[in-house]
Design a protein around this ligand. Structure first.
Ligand code: CO
Length: 468
């Protein structure tokens, strides 16, 4: 905090209402038309950045909102010319759930920057830096700011030294900031404090902290992070804060200013933003899309070391199989499976893989009797290197005599762009369309057809009007 000797401390805020808060509370269902009018005000608020693209935004735009995600990005750019637009990118997985060839990763990053992105937060679920290298290099070449990201998790191999080493390696790759991503909201104040000091001792770059309120820890964690000198934190406008979302922007701003810490934020603009989103939030509650439970505190993730989102997935899996009476056993099995698989952080897609395997181990009455094709691919090394060695017996059960791959999985993938573009002749209207299709073939195809049908309807209507 501020001391007599130090210059005034500065902490900047990234507003997440358009991406993570929207994704965590209402499954990313906020259409562009609902928030377009507030963008000029948000543009004047003085945020470090506005996280507004990537994560699930791209998929949901095409799948549920009948929106072209690229058009959304261009519109955001046009209406927030003075604010840094930020996206979240899963390294070699981009915004999808599998690895893409380098050619696609490069093009996707180039097009993201060309259409308006300033800051790309790039992470890999396993913290395997080979999976963020191509995206990072491309983004830097395009002039974007890269936030090299540590997927935070707790395990015997995820030590302060290991995270600090990763931060150093990312600094050597040329990233501009280091982000600590606590997707599950399980990071404690003490852990944040120690980790930020350890990273700051190793690298010269600004440090960003991302967490969720899920377990109720986040405000305290931010406070200790600030004490350790964190430079940027993620928050959400207060009516979209708390629960599975981030801490509240106005609350943090208020507390920091009183402590003499500069945030650079405009209080009046922050209030306008919150006043704007309040009735939107209320409507989602009324429609049942925002479950009030999502806004409450859930400490189970602390006890079981299982992220909140994963807990609700486990519950629905067990309910579907009429086996809720085995819930406790599955919860005990989950950390064991995670240890067997070399302690992967429980983030997409690892959280799903570990959860399904733990459920199967319990319900089948025999551990690893059934192994999913995803876990087999993981054991083969197709997702990258596990943080710790995979248990040899599990490896044997998954692969038999097959050997894991030696190099980087993406090196085995053939380029697909030109081939796909040719296949989509007359359907895709831009390289961006082709990329949408490469990432989400079925949903993109459906979106293209709907777009065409909508236009034909407009043309027909116009002709009829002319005839009158
Ligand atoms: Co998050």
């Amino acid at each position: 905090m501020k001391t007599a000797q130090n210059a005034t401390q500065k902490v900047q805020l990234t507003e997440t209402v358009l991406r993570d808060a929207n994704q965590s509370l209402i499954a990313t269902r906020l259409p562009y038309s609902k928030f377009a009018d507030i963008l000029p005000t948000m543009d004047k608020a003085g945020y470090y950045s506005v996280e507004c693209w990537g994560g699930a935004v791209f998929d949901v735009c095409l799948r549920y909102l009948d929106e072209d995600p690229w058009q959304r990005l261009r519109d955001l750019r046009k209406n927030m010319p003075n604010t840094k637009l930020q996206m979240l990118l899963r390294g070699q997985n981009l915004l999808g759930y599998k690895h893409y060839p380098d050619e696609i990763v490069k093009m996707f990053v180039e097009k993201s920057v060309e259409n308006g992105i300033d800051i790309i937060r790039i992470f890999d679920a396993l913290n395997d830096l080979r999976n963020i290298e191509v995206a990072t290099k491309t983004a830097l070449k395009c002039g974007a700011t890269v936030s090299g990201t540590l997927s935070f998790t707790q395990s015997p191999v995820h030590t302060l030294a290991a995270f600090a080493k990763q931060a150093k390696e990312m600094e050597n790759m040329g990233v501009n900031t280091i982000c600590i991503k606590d997707m599950a909201g399980v990071m404690t104040p003490e852990e944040a404090y120690e980790l930020i000091l350890a990273i700051k001792a190793e690298v010269k770059l600004p440090v960003v902290l991302h967490t969720h309120c899920t377990t109720g820890m986040a405000y305290m964690t931010y406070f200790k992070a600030i004490e350790a000198g964190v430079d940027v934190i993620d928050t959400a406008t207060s009516c979209f804060s708390g629960g599975t979302s981030q801490p509240a922007t106005e609350t943090i701003n208020f507390a920091l200013k009183q402590l003499g810490i500069e945030t650079g934020l405009d209080d009046a603009a922050l209030k306008k933003v919150n006043d704007f989103f309040k009735p939107i939030r209320d409507q989602y509650i009324k429609d049942g899309l925002l479950n009030p439970k999502m806004m409450a505190t859930d400490t189970d993730a602390l006890n079981y070391k299982v992220p909140g989102g994963m807990l609700s997935n486990l519950v629905s899996q067990l309910k579907a199989q009429n086996a809720m009476d085995r819930f406790e056993e599955v919860l005990i099995e989950t950390p064991k499976v995670r240890a067997d698989l070399g302690y992967p952080p429980l983030v997409t897609p690892m959280s799903q893989m570990v959860g399904v395997q733990a459920t199967s181990n319990v319900l089948a009455g025999e551990r690893y009797k059934n192994i999913s094709k995803e876990v087999k691919a993981y054991c083969r090394g197709e997702y990258g290197t596990a943080p710790a060695p995979i248990d040899p017996d599990v490896l044997k059960k998954a692969l038999g005599d097959e050997k894991p791959i030696e190099g980087r999985y993406a090196d085995t993938l053939e380029p697909v762009f030109e081939k796909t573009k040719a296949e989509l002749a007359g359907i895709a209207r831009s390289d961006e369309d082709v990329l949408s299709y490469v990432l989400f073939p079925q949903v993109a195809e459906k979106y293209f057809a709907a777009r065409k049908a909508k236009e034909e309807k407009v043309v027909k209507y116009t002709i009829e009007r002319v005839d009158e």
